[in-house]
Design a protein around this ligand. Structure first.
Ligand code: PMP
Length: 417
């Protein structure tokens, strides 16, 4: 009998119909075929050492980082690091509890105060990640009988927030004001609607035409607006609040969702709002209640970073300079880019297929440059792309080196003539 039980556990003997993994077979086969060509796995990079926001050691080689979300380079800011070390000494390694039980320390209140000041809003609620902020806010705000209207290219966390709740989901064509207007027009006027937009769309690096979208939304009754500024915080607008600040629609936005994992340089997520009843969220939002709060060192680093980002005009200016320069140079070299003009700190290089994208990615890595390789379903309409994101701490000399590496790798792989 023991022999039979053992036999039943060997993978080959498990009947196909009972194997929950068989749905992944096409993906496993695709990856095995790609790896068999001898390329390095773009999804298994290890940073052996991180020397600065823009430089790491990968397999013994000094590598310029052009594929992080470290837009403002705050990860190694001396004040940020000192605040984290102090909190670790004073409050320990973790809270071991939910925000609504034992997991709210003075540091959590302080980072929420920093966010209220940064955004000039009445309420701020901090989550353990930005993913959870979208999951929680979207699923809790829009309930049964309500509608969520979202851009088709929305981030996975926005989609997952929709799926966690009970509202009806309506998608409109990416950045299409006309389609947004049309779809809102088909919904019952008396139904409550949550329109979810992003300031910067992270795959192509394009920004939303928020004033036109707000004007279209205002033609319809009972709409609230949420903008995800994950990639806009720190960089856009006079106070670094995001694209919605830069485009002057602050008065029309009901909720801003953001993250500490990009410009802030640590981990965590948040939502800010002026809605007088916003704080009830702390009692009813499951991804806030049923998870442990952020460690004290993390909230201390976040609060320090956010306060410094309020006065980071010089960094913002240098990041724009880097972004415009790299965009112009890559376009001049003949690469196909995600946007015709530089719109954000993200510059996406679109390749013809997976083979070319991986070849180019690997050629860059061998020259000493790391970029993100992105593929469907993360990317829109089946594209394979190399996503470059600049940092305010990239020196002009590093940008010069980056351009030279793209030229060499592009020619070696045939991506450019
Ligand atoms: N929203 C958008 C638009 C994002 O790109 C991301 C992360 N890539 C998130 C939310 C989630 O942020 P976090 O890393 O804090 O979970």
């Amino acid at each position: 009998a023991a022999q039979t039980a053992n036999d039943a556990q060997t993978p080959a003997e498990v009947p196909q119909a009972r194997d929950l993994f068989s749905k992944f077979d096409p993906l496993i086969a695709e990856r095995e075929a790609l790896m068999a060509t001898g390329v390095r796995d773009p999804f298994a990079i290890v940073m052996d050492e991180v020397k600065s926001p823009t430089l790491a050691v990968i397999k013994g080689k000094d590598t310029i980082l052009l594929g992080t979300y470290n837009y403002m380079g705050m990860t190694f800011d001396p004040d940020v690091i000192a605040a984290g070390k102090q909190a670790l000494d004073d409050f320990g390694a973790g809270t071991t509890g939910s925000r609504v039980l034992n997991g709210t320390y003075q540091g959590h209140k302080q980072v929420e105060a920093a966010l209220r000041e940064f955004y000039g809003m009445d309420h701020a609620m901090v989550f353990s990640t930005g993913y959870q902020a979208n999951l929680g806010i979207i699923s809790t705000l829009a309930g049964k009988g309500d509608y969520i209207v979202l851009d088709a290219d929305s981030h996975a966390s926005i989609y997952d927030g929709c799926f966690l709740g009970n509202a009806e989901i309506v998608r409109f064509r990416h950045n299409s004001v006309e389609d947004l207007d049309k779809r809102l027009g088909r919904l019952p006027a008396d139904a409550q609607k949550l329109v979810v937009l992003e300031g910067v769309y992270s795959m192509l690096g394009d920004i939303a035409p928020l004033p036109d979208m707000v004007a279209a939304i205002r033609k319809h009754a009972n709409c609230m607006i949420l903008v995800d500024e994950a990639h806009g915080m720190g960089f856009f607008g006079p106070n670094g609040r995001g694209v919605y600040e830069e485009q002057g629609v602050e008065a029309d936005v009901d909720f801003v969702v953001g993250t500490f994992s990009k410009s802030v340089g640590t981990v965590g997520g948040f939502c800010v709002s002026n809605h007088p009843k916003f704080d009830v969220m702390r009692l009813v939002c499951r991804p806030y209640v049923f998870t442990a709060s952020l460690p004290p060192s993390v909230v201390a680093t976040a609060a320090t970073s956010i306060r410094k980002l309020m006065h980071a005009q010089d960094k913002r200016a240098h990041l724009w300079e880097n972004s415009r320069r790299l965009h112009g140079a890559l376009k001049a070299l003949g690469f196909t880019l995600g946007t015709d003009t530089p719109q954000s700190a993200i510059i996406s290089v679109i390749l013809t297929d997976q083979t070319q994208a991986v070849a180019m990615w690997q050629a860059l890595l061998e020259l000493g440059l790391y970029v993100n390789m992105a593929r469907p379903p993360a990317t829109p309409t089946g594209t394979f792309l190399l996503r470059c994101s600049l940092c305010a701490e990239h020196s002009s000399d590093q940008v010069t080196q980056i351009i030279a590496m793209f030229k060499a790798a592009g020619k070696a792989t045939g991506a450019i003539a």
